[in-house]
Design a protein around this ligand. Structure first.
Ligand code: FE2
Length: 418
């Protein structure tokens, strides 16, 4: 992942294009820049508001037929002079910005966008915070791992109710959902959700019926008596399952990327009525046919909508086969959590479930909560940026170029086309 080393050798104005000859990891390449791309990414004050970094290019002044009159190096920048019909004399872009943000280079690189979990990794809460002092390096290591691998356990979280908040708020504020901020997972005589019973659960993404389901989920084990039989938490990497499904069943894979499933949560007889319905495909692809989202939740599926009879038939053929792939035992990671352990996982990428359990004497009690993927990703990137620029005085937004951040190119499954 990432571009290791890239330097500019030469530049050429082709009028309809700016060409940069670069050395990229020891190989010479030509990067081509479209004139409109250059104009809209101009970094001078006439195109950006310096204090906010927001773009202020007057779009109405930009002609369709934009031509480069001349282009030349100017210190660490490239100065583009536009022709007479361009309604702006020039644009200025830093060489570093051009090299980091080349669209053509991005299209070539960044194929490996996430890491796969082979052995479960454990982190230690006592290393994150000790005597109320935070160890930001250790916290970042955990966040980075979670971004890239998507599944890990933090041990030694104090074994008391609501302590999961102390862990999660090291990153960002908790997401408030229809289940509140912190929810209890224990046997309830009148459960609002199957999770609050002893029944086995199908693999699923939590709140899959949201337009934007929670990003990272945390489950804190408070009590799991040895006498409880079953109750292991199970995980399947949805990206890996979907990729394998693409190879094994290309026609059915195609169906699951095009025909939308229907997800819903209907609570009509509870204090607050909930009527959520959202349709989307089980597998979401970007413009390069890369998987950027997986959506799975059999218990929260409703009637299919807006489909022809043939589409419904095709959907169920693919659906039943994908169900088998998701539940293939060779893909499953089973974790029996111990009290004081918090399993942390990417809810947009991993499907989770639970074995049914019997608790004739003891009991099993977890507390869970979420972070939105937007906030989690922002925090990870901000910390990576800060670490990379510790010795530099970069305070205004205009100076911030996030493109070279390693974690920007991590696929976390939140439908990001990047
Ligand atoms: Fe769940």
């Amino acid at each position: 992942m990432g571009r290791k080393d890239i330097t500019l050798i030469d530049l050429t104005n082709k009028v309809d294009c700016l060409e940069l000859l670069v050395n990229h990891n020891g190989t010479q390449k030509v990067l081509k820049f479209n004139p409109h791309w250059l104009r809209f990414n101009c970094q001078s004050d006439k195109s950006r508001e310096p204090s906010t970094g927001q773009r202020t290019v007057p779009i109405k002044n930009v002609p369709t037929n934009l031509k480069i009159k001349s282009a030349a190096r100017d210190g660490d920048f490239v100065k583009i002079v536009w022709d007479e019909l361009s309604n702006q004399s020039d644009s200025l872009l830093s060489i570093k910005f051009l090299l980091n943000n080349s669209p053509s280079l991005n299209a070539i690189d960044f194929d490996k966008r996430y890491e796969t979990v082979d052995d479960l990794c454990f982190f230690d809460f006592n290393e994150f915070v000790s005597k109320e002092i935070r160890n930001e390096d250790k916290i970042f290591d955990w966040m980075k791992y979670l971004a890239e691998y998507g599944l890990c356990v933090v041990k030694n979280v104090p074994n008391r109710e609501n302590m999961v908040r102390n862990l999660v708020e090291l990153v960002a504020p908790l997401e408030k959902t229809i289940y509140g901020e912190i929810f209890d997972v224990k046997v309830d005589v009148n459960p609002v959700n199957l999770a609050y019973s002893a029944a086995p659960l199908e693999f699923h993404n939590d709140l899959v019926y949201y337009e934007s389901p929670p990003g990272i989920q945390f489950l804190h084990c408070l009590k799991f008596d040895e006498s409880v039989v079953g109750g292991e938490t199970l995980f399947v990497d949805g990206f890996q399952v979907a990729e394998k499904f693409r190879r094994d069943h290309p026609r059915l894979f195609d169906v699951l990327t095009k025909i939308p499933a229907s997800f819903q949560k209907i609570h009509n007889h509870r204090g607050r009525k909930i009527f959520i319905q959202h349709s989307k495909p089980h597998i979401v692809l970007n413009h390069r046919q890369k998987i950027i989202g997986v959506n799975w939740g059999p218990a929260n599926e409703g009637p299919l909508r807006n489909l022809t009879e043939d589409e419904v038939k095709a959907y169920y053929e693919a659906y039943l086969e994908f169900y088998k792939a998701v539940n293939d035992e060779s893909n499953i990671t089973a974790i029996r959590l111990n009290p004081g352990e918090v399993v942390c996982f990417n809810n947009r990428r991993f499907f989770h479930s639970r074995n049914g359990f019997k608790q004739p004497k003891g009991s099993r009690h977890f507390q869970g909560c979420y972070l939105t993927m937007d906030e989690f990703k922002s925090e990870v990137l901000a910390r990576e940026y800060t670490r990379n620029n510790r010795d530099k005085d970069l305070v205004i937004n205009q100076s911030v170029d996030i493109s070279s951040l390693h974690l920007l190119n991590t696929n976390v499954g939140n439908n990001d086309y990047n």
